[in-house]
Design a protein around this ligand. Structure first.
Ligand SMILES: [Zn+2]
Length: 138
């Protein structure tokens, strides 16, 4: 699947801020935007509390997810996926991520200033998704 994800400086800044605020724990962010064909545009996000107990994982309570998705829908946006951070690591899916992340949807991983995008297929194999910054006139 030719998969292209467009995002904005504003979303990137919000995401880096959420990651910095959550450190040393992982941040959890619900991503919203629009989809047209194979192109996904991330235009908004909702940072939610990390329900995990340990520093090297993240979890999301079902009611928290439902309310974040509702917030996005109220803004006229579709739920696209999640972002989380690896405060001490690299922006690559961990073994736990490969086992636990939702398949199909967009997964952004933040490490420091780096953000990489993935999508796990049905067999939980992560595929790198290209992330393109939206130009000022786009
Ligand atoms: Zn992870």
């Amino acid at each position: 699947m030719a998969d292209e994800v467009i995002w904005t400086e504003a979303v990137r800044d919000q995401l880096l801020r959420a990651a910095a605020a959550a450190a040393p724990r992982e941040c959890v962010v619900v991503l919203g935007g629009t989809r047209a064909g194979t192109q996904t545009s991330v235009t908004d996000l909702v940072a939610v509390p990390n329900a995990a107990y340990s520093c090297d994982s993240f979890a999301l309570a079902p009611d928290v997810f439902a309310s974040a998705e509702h917030t996005l829908r109220d803004r006229g946006l579709a739920f696209l996926g999640f972002a989380h951070s690896h405060p001490e690591g690299t922006p690559a899916p961990s073994l736990r991520d490969r086992a636990e992340l939702w398949t199909g949807c967009l997964q952004l991983i933040v490490a420091g200033e780096r953000v990489h995008a993935y999508r796990l297929d049905r067999d939980r194999v992560p595929h790198v998704v290209s992330l393109t910054m939206q130009g000022p006139t786009a």
